[in-house]
Structure formats: C-alpha cells, structure tokens
Design a protein around this ligand. Sequence first.
Ligand code: NAD
Length: 441
Amino acid sequence: MEVTVIGTGYVGLVVGSCLAEAGNRVTCSDIDEEKIRRLNSGEVPIYEPGLDRLISHNLGAGRLRFTSDSSEGIRSADIIFIAVGTPPGEDGSANLGFVREAARTVGQHVRPDTVVVMKSTVPVGTSEIVRTEIRSQTDTSFYVCSNPEFLKEGDAVGDFMYPDRVVCGVDADQSRTRMEELYEPFVRSGNPLIFMDIASAEMTKYAANAMLATRISFMNQVAELCERTGADVELVRRGIGSDKRIGPSFLYAGTGYGGSCFPKDVNALVQTADEHSVDLTVLRAVSVANDRQKTVLVRKIHDRFGEDLSGMRFALWGLAFKPETDDMRAAPSRAIIAALIEAGASVAAHDPVAMDVARAYHLGDSIEYGEDEYATLVGADALVLVTEWLQYRRPDWEVARQRMARRIVFDGRNMFDPERMEALGFEYYSIGRRQVGEPSE
Ligand SMILES: NC(=O)c1ccc[n+]([C@@H]2O[C@H](COP(=O)([O-])OP(=O)(O)OC[C@H]3O[C@@H](n4cnc5c(N)ncnc54)[C@H](O)[C@@H]3O)[C@@H](O)[C@H]2O)c1
C-alpha cells in the first residue's frame, strides 16, 4: 500500500518506519526542514532503540522516504496518517492548530477514496473537525478514521510491531477494510484489532493514559503515607501488584510522571469534561498530586539542608523523563534542577542519551554535564537519582565515596537497597521507605 505520514516526530517516524518494514511504500513528511535534511542524510533525530536500523534498512530498500513537501505523498496515498503534535494550550486543552493545518493540506491534494487516519492524540470530536477542514478544500470523496497510538517511548518499535491491541474508530466499511489490510501483519498472533465508532476510539486513548497516570499518582500518595506510618511502599507494591485484579504495571512510586503524553493528556481530558459539564474529580486530583510529586526530592533536600542551598553542589543522574529515550518534555529532572538552582545550588548532571537535547533545548549552560556519571560526583554534597537508567543500577560505591564531598543520596526511583546503603555508610533518602544513615553534619 502507499502510505503517507504527516508529522515525522516520535510517533510519525516510528509508525512510518514500521509500516515500511511490513512492505508498504511510505512517505514521511514534516514542516521541519532541518529534521528532514538530517533524516535524508542518514541521521535519526531522536533516540529510540532499534529505530535507526529500521530506517536505514527501509531507506535502502526504497520503501521509505522523507520530504518537507507533504503534497508529494498525499497525491499518491491510499492511507494518510496525521501524526502531528497536539501540545497543550494555555487552558490545558489540546491545541489543534497543527492538526487543522495538516488536514487542510490533505484537502488540497487528496485523491479519491483515500483513508485519512488521525494518529495524533485528539479530543473526542476532532475527527469531525478534520473532515470539515479537508472538505473545505476539496469535493473529492475520502474517509476519516481514528487510530490512536499506544506506543511507549523507549520501546516504541516493539510496541508498534507487537501491539497489545490496535484500536480503530471507523464509520465506513471501506476504511475498515483498508485498516484491516494494513494492520494484518501486526496482529497475526491473535492480538486484537478492535473496531469501534470514531468517538469511542478517540476517548479510548485518553482513558488509557488517564488510567495509567492515576495508578502512578495513587502510588505516589500511598508512598507518602508509608513514610509517615513506617510502612515500605516497595513491599506494598509487591503485595498489591500480585493481585490479578490489579496487576504489577505502573505501580512504582517515584518523582511523578512526565513526558509529552501523560501530563498533557490528563489535563486535556479534564478540559473536555469541563466543556461537557462533567467534573472529573479523580483526574483533577491525579494532576495536582503529580505536580506536587515532581518536587518530592527537592522537599527532602530542603528538609535535610535548609532552604538556602547557596554554595552546595548536587550530582544528578538521569535527565530524560524515563530510561531509553532522550525526550525531556515535562521531565521531572527539569523541575528539580530549576528548584536547586533557584535555591542557590549548582548541578552537575549525566544522562546516557539526553545530554545533547538538554543542552540544546532545555537547560543550556545552566548546569554542568558529566562525561560519565562518576564525573558528576566530584565534590558533590549529594547525589540525586532521577531516571532509572540500567547503567545506574549498580554503581561503584567505592568510587562514589571517594569523589563525593558528603555521602548522601536522594533516590527518586527506589533503585538501591536501604540496608546496603546504610552498611556502605551513606545517608540515604528514597520514596515511601525509611530513611537510613544519620545526618553527620
Ligand atoms: N510521543 C509519544 O510517546 C506518543 C505516544 C502516543 C501518541 N502520541 C501523540 O502523537 C502525536 C505526535 O506526538 P509526537 O511525540 O510524535 O510529537 P512530535 O512533536 O515529536 O512530532 C510532531 C511533528 O509534527 C510536525 N508537524 C507539525 N505540523 C505539521 C504539518 N502541518 N505538516 C507536517 N508536519 C508537521 C512537527 O514539525 C513535528 O516534527 C501527539 O498528539 C501525541 O500526543 C505521542
């Protein structure tokens, strides 16, 4: 099939490359000319495991191409995916400016009977807006359907290739048939391709993210209560996660959820509810709890050292909002670093892949960047662990002891064992567990 993907970001690039891998001829377009230039010169603009191999393989096979001129791909497409960004507006609602613009471009070049698929995460009713925008540009017949994306950054290729399920909102047999054909290679092992009406498909995406965010905020609040009552949130997590009705995923207490999806999608769903006079009290609380959680480590640091951190130096491990990605959108590290600097401290940070993105787009020269994680520890008053990258799991504590000015660790991911940290002579603070080691000064 001829497929065009409009918007070559985290989602569009993965979707386009995976569809090419399945034998389709795919054109990925983006208004960001620099991004297209880099892709055409063999550079992959984001870090996503396995994606570079997929892109080079399909570029080489002539099944994948990149262009900054969307019209090229639209004219020949059987299926067009709109995968542009839907960033939050000032009131928290999804900003549909990019979606509308992409839809008008589709309308200017679409050929008869093309299926136009909404891949971006959009509020219920947006597919109708897309239909109207396309219709404003053309009399050609076309179909609109909603196919929300559930991939996780860091495991995006695997999630697309082997999805738990694929959700498709359709209102015509023609679009259903074409989506069945397109997804057939990805649902062979019995994982369902679930067809439904368009509004339900749009809602499914938000409800999924809202549910996952709710589990995280719930566990973060349970963690706070654990600290006050002497319980251990890691034991509680195992205790409830083994219940089949609950399951083990998304029950980890930490520094709050971040990234480009959960914060914006929770707020957008609350906004949609407001517009329909439905008070989503649970989700409002989820968002408030998360905002507070992002500074949980900062509060622990102030409790330990006082409000004024002038002259203090912190090593910070992990900038990306989660491991295996370089995405720093709404990353907890940003809130933590801002608060530490605001209080007068300096920060030396390390991340296995996100330091270039951090320097270029988010933090500039406001912090130091370590060439490895141990370089950040020299003279540090404390280590702050923010992202649970695998390489941070078993640090050489002897090296850390030698380099740090004080043996203090604030662990936002409960990566280390309190008893072991105490035995190693560290003062150790984590989330929802007892603090160990006596403050020495
Ligand atoms: N990132 C994720 O993990 C993820 C997962 C599932 C769903 N989503 C949703 O998918 C959508 C895209 O997310 P993303 O993370 O890929 O965003 P992104 O910001 O990485 O990429 C969006 C791209 O669209 C391009 N664009 C904007 N307007 C365009 C136009 N008119 N024509 C061509 N290109 C245009 C931008 O230049 C950008 O490169 C969002 O709605 C998001 O909520 C994201």
